[in-house]
Design a protein around this ligand. Structure first.
Ligand SMILES: C[S@@+](CC[C@H](N)C(=O)[O-])C[C@H]1O[C@@H](n2cnc3c(N)ncnc32)[C@H](O)[C@@H]1O
Length: 382
């Protein structure tokens, strides 16, 4: 595919970028003008296609997408640049232009009139226009915050929503208030495990099975473990439901202990698990058999023992909201106010267990609760 401009969803651009970097470990990624536009250089084409299929934060790629500031350009100047782009990137088959905006409108620039002018250019170049089912879509996106435009031949679904209503946690046969939203669950799986061919995914405290559903729908081999039989049965029902009523062969849920993971997994998974997704119980003794901090430490030690050398985990912890909310990555030495325990103690514990924290992001849940989403990778062993 060559150079691409990745277009990210607006839900959480910082997390979406971290997810993309995990799915495309061999590519160089650079933000271009908007936090939602990422120039992707190099890397395997196969992985770019996979990212389009499995990522939660990626909308589409624009082939060699052209980004321009509307502050420094006139409409005519921009159209001349687009003419050169279309000349350099010819397509065969029918075409259509699709335009959408991110944030507010661009003052003095009308997307519908620009789309019409682009359609005119394509028509003049001899392209057949087919608005219903074109072979190629020329995407035109405006970004209100940076007053800029991105345009290019689109690969992927563009504006399509990540998951339809049927996958909402509340629609599943077994629902608990702890159930994670599919979009966050999918992102956590991808961030933890990286490309699909790295290895399987383990959810040591699976609850209602939100991570497992997303891992299995992405085609990843996956196992969910929970200490409570009620959760195991519920997660099994949810997993089968997500796969049209039939339990998938590449994912399973079983009763087990997150602090003794090797006992619950096939021998050939030892040293091969690419990603662990961790949404532990909160507070003292909640749901579990031991204090939350002790449970997490024992689980991380157990996970490190069976992780792939390039393996990682994503840990979700409840925190008090930040003073100023941001969707950018936050420094690891930021003083996050965990609902339970001290952030510095959690970081030391993670390192003690043989992991290196990589990035921290915060997602707002409601006015008085946020979530910290921490990504860590295996620290090299001596
Ligand atoms: C916050 S919930 C997980 C919610 C889950 N992410 C979801 O989407 O439903 C934590 C789960 O950890 C389980 N758990 C607690 N201690 C455990 C242990 N030692 N081993 C395995 N599971 C444990 C609890 O039974 C509970 O289902």
């Amino acid at each position: 595919m060559g150079d691409m401009l990745a277009c990210l969803r607006g839900w959480h651009p910082g997390l979406a970028l971290a997810e993309l970097a995990a799915l495309l470990p061999d590519a160089a990624l650079h933000e271009e003008t908007s936090e939602r536009w990422i120039r992707v250089t190099g890397g395997e084409e196969k992985r770019q296609h996979e990212a389009l299929t499995v990522a939660s934060g990626l909308q589409c790629f624009l082939v060699d997408g052209y980004v321009a500031s509307t502050k420094e350009n006139t409409t005519e100047g921009w159209l001349t640049e687009m003419q050169a782009y279309l000349h350099d990137h010819p397509v065969s088959g029918s075409v259509a232009v699709r335009a959408w905006k991110q944030g507010s409108k661009l003052p003095g620039w009308s997307l519908s009139s620009l789309s019409g002018r682009l359609g005119g250019l394509l028509h003049d170049m001899g392209c057949a226009i087919d608005l219903e089912s074109p072979d190629h879509v020329l995407a035109l996106i405006s970004d209100g915050p940076t007053k800029s435009l991105a345009c290019g031949w689109m690969v992927g679904d563009g504006q399509a929503a990540f998951s339809n209503g049927e996958r909402r946690a509340g629609e599943r046969p077994f629902f608990k208030p702890v159930s994670l939203d599919p979009m966050l669950a999918r992102l956590a799986v991808n961030l933890a495990a990286g490309p699909l061919d790295r290895g399987p995914v383990v959810d040591p405290m699976t609850g209602t099975g939100g991570f497992l559903i997303e891992a299995s729908l992405s085609g990843r081999n996956s196992v969910g473990i929970d200490i409570h039989s009620e959760m195991v049965q519920g997660a099994q029902a949810n997993l089968a439901w997500a796969h049209d009523g039939e339990a998938p062969t590449h994912a399973r849920v079983g009763r087990g202990d997150a602090t003794r993971l090797a006992d619950s997994l096939p021998g050939n998974w030892h040293g091969a698990v690419a990603g662990f997704v961790l949404d532990p119980p909160y507070g003292r003794n909640s749901h579990g058999s031991m204090a939350a901090d002790h449970l997490l430490e024992s689980c991380l030690q157990s996970a490190r023992g069976i992780a792939h050398p390039d393996g990682g985990f994503v840990l979700i912890l409840p925190i008090h909201p930040l003073k100023e909310h941001t969707t950018s990555s936050l420094p690891l030495d930021h003083s996050f106010a965990l609902l339970n325990g001290e952030w510095s103690a959690v970081c030391s514990m993670i390192e003690r267990c043989g992991w290196t924290p990589q990035s921290a992001h915060v997602e707002r849940v409601h006015r008085s609760l946020s979530r910290l989403i921490l990504h860590a990778r295996c620290a090299p062993q001596d």
